[in-house]
Design a protein around this ligand. Structure first.
Ligand SMILES: [Zn+2]
Length: 136
């Protein structure tokens, strides 16, 4: 159900942006989803297609997964989290409970498990494109 609530929120903010920019028809909505966010993209896409209002009838929802960037609190080293390096069950555990990441991921430079997540959590709207009022 999480995905449906999210889809609603995405459409609400995209509608607001469309309104502000005077779009009469929305053609493309770009969404970014953090890699560590627990979202089933298939369900999200389906929910978006079901919930979209008339103004969005031809809209394409472009969902991109944003890489997770981590920063070590001890030595300050920054690195990009690569899920492929973990075994499958660990990756799965992190997918469902992002906090678990701290138990498995260590700084590649100094080995400290004390890091912060700079990017890779949350969901945000990258852009909303469409046809403006008065355009052909
Ligand atoms: Zn470090």
């Amino acid at each position: 159900m999480h995905e449906w609530a999210l889809a609603e929120a995405i459409i609400a903010s995209a509608s607001e942006i469309a309104e502000k920019e005077g779009l009469k028809e929305v053609k493309e909505v770009k969404i970014k989803v953090g890699e560590l966010q627990q979202i089933e993209l298939d369900i999200l896409e389906f929910a978006l297609s079901q919930l979209k209002p008339a103004k969005f009838k031809d809209a394409k929802f472009n969902i991109e997964v944003a890489k997770a960037e981590l920063k070590c609190r001890v030595c300050g080293h920054k690195w990009i989290f690569k899920k492929e390096k973990l075994d499958e069950s660990t990756a799965e555990a992190i997918h469902f409970v992002p906090e678990i990441a701290h138990a498995y991921i260590k700084c590649p430079k100094c080995g400290s498990p004390d890091f912060e997540i700079l990017e890779g959590r949350g969901v945000w709207l990258e852009s909303v494109k469409g046809v403006k009022q008065g355009d052909g």
